[in-house]
Design a protein around this ligand. Structure first.
Ligand code: CTP
Length: 394
């Protein structure tokens, strides 16, 4: 981070106090920081505090003529190497998603041509609200890197996701966004995600309920700590996480080809719910009078994980997922052996995991089993990414 310039936009939330520590850490890492406070942000930390910590003037108003004379808002937004919004409140995220520009912070965010890292922090209900999630999805689609909030006790007395991560983790994300050395920099990881769709005829497909959320969260978490990530995605309506190379596929056969093309890799995380069978598809639309679907012939699909496990191009670390509804760990261990994987992340799908935001997992390795508490898919992704970094360290 040596010599890099960060523009830090501090929104109005209780987590703003952590921005002060973040300024200190960024400077300690060798970068400089210019701070912009929103009107709300200034209710929580003072310009004086941030000016003293950054040793730079702090900007608060679009209408400060002195600022405009010395440094126009366009220039301020462009001279940085990275724009960091921390904490990013629900209001600020909403402005960013819609392109509103009614104060200095939102104007800078619209005017910048630099990478933007948003670190949301807010009450759990506000975070989970459909409007906020829609804004986050849109921002990701626009190329903004979003650091998932932590889960835990909140200042408002509630519990859940919405807490600002500790400044050390934000610093790691800043370093990765600047192309610096994250724990996985220089490593290539392939992730498969989502369902596959197997055509029955030109208008119908055999599908499953996989949402792709867990695979996408893993791709994002890996990129967040510096990995080069190839995300091979079945048909899902999710935005590509920032910094991730995405290859869209429909069928298991296409996923197999994309996987082959993506190698070599240091690790592969096979999260996709690949259809076990494909159909000998009809070239024309099946009609009811043809006897319906009763004549369908099913053909077994290749097992991509097992194939990779036995391949000379096997990545050093091969991780499978296993969605189970009973005897979760036993079934996962059997899959570990059968498919030649190093780890299986066993996913208990007996509840409402499919399509939801939470997951209940066991990490089954050659050395034993760890059960992770019920946590968000984003938290599972972060924990798994950290474990992958540990395993690839030497
Ligand atoms: N997998 C794969 N290719 C397939 C089927 C599964 O790569 N054709 C991978 C999945 O991505 C996952 C793991 O294998 O990492 C386990 O998938 P799962 O569907 O649980 O395993 P199956 O072998 O299909 O076992 P089951 O009989 O339980 O469905």
């Amino acid at each position: 981070m040596q010599g890099k310039r960060i523009l830090l936009i501090v929104g109005g939330g209780i987590a703003a106090y952590k921005a002060c520590e973040l300024v200190r850490l960024i400077r300690k890492a060798g970068a400089s920081v210019r701070c912009v406070l929103t009107e709300g942000g200034a209710q929580f930390v003072t310009p004086m505090t941030l000016a003293a910590l950054s040793e730079q003037p702090v900007h608060t108003s679009l209408w400060d003529l002195k600022d405009e004379a010395e440094m126009g808002h366009i220039q301020l937004s462009r001279e940085a190497d990275l724009v960091v919004v921390c904490p990013a409140t629900a209001d600020l995220l909403s402005k960013m998603a819609t392109g509103a520009a009614d104060d200095l912070a939102s104007t800078l965010l619209l005017a910048t041509d630099k990478k933007v890292l948003a670190c949301p922090a807010m009450n759990v209900r506000m975070w989970l609200h459909a409007a906020t999630q829609r804004n986050i999805e849109r921002l990701r689609g626009d190329g903004v890197t979003v650091l998932e909030p932590d889960e835990g006790d909140m200042a408002c007395g509630e519990y859940g996701p919405g807490r600002l991560p500790e400044p050390e983790r934000i610093l790691e994300a800043i370093s990765a966004a600047l192309g610096g050395s994250g724990a996985l920099s220089g490593r290539h990881v392939v992730v498969t995600a989502g369902p596959t769709h197997e055509p029955i005829d030109p208008v119908r497909v055999l599908a499953n309920r996989s949402s792709g959320k867990q695979g996408f969260a893993i791709a994002e978490a890996l990129a967040g700590i510096g990995a080069r990530v190839t995300l091979i995605a079945g048909p899902v309506a999710l935005a590509t996480p920032a910094g991730v190379d995405r290859v869209d596929v429909e069928t298991a056969a296409q996923m197999q080809d994309a996987l082959q093309t993506s190698l070599p890799a240091d690790a592969a995380v096979m999260v996709a719910a690949v259809a076990d069978w494909r159909v000998e598809a009809s070239p024309h639309k099946l009609k009811k009078q043809d006897g319906g679907l009763s004549g369908l012939r099913f053909v077994e699909n290749p097992d991509l994980l097992a194939e990779l496990g036995a391949s000379p191009e096997r990545p050093r670390l091969l991780i499978g997922f296993a969605a189970e509804t009973e005897a979760v760990v036993d079934h996962a261990r059997a899959k570990l052996d059968r498919k030649g994987a190093d780890w299986i992340v066993a996913n208990d799908v007996s509840g409402d995991v499919m399509g939801g935001d939470d997951n209940c997992v066991h990490l089954v390795t050659r050395n034993g089993t760890e059960s992770w508490d019920h946590m968000s898919k984003a938290a599972v992704a972060r924990q798994l990414a950290a474990r992958i970094a540990e395993a690839l360290r030497d």
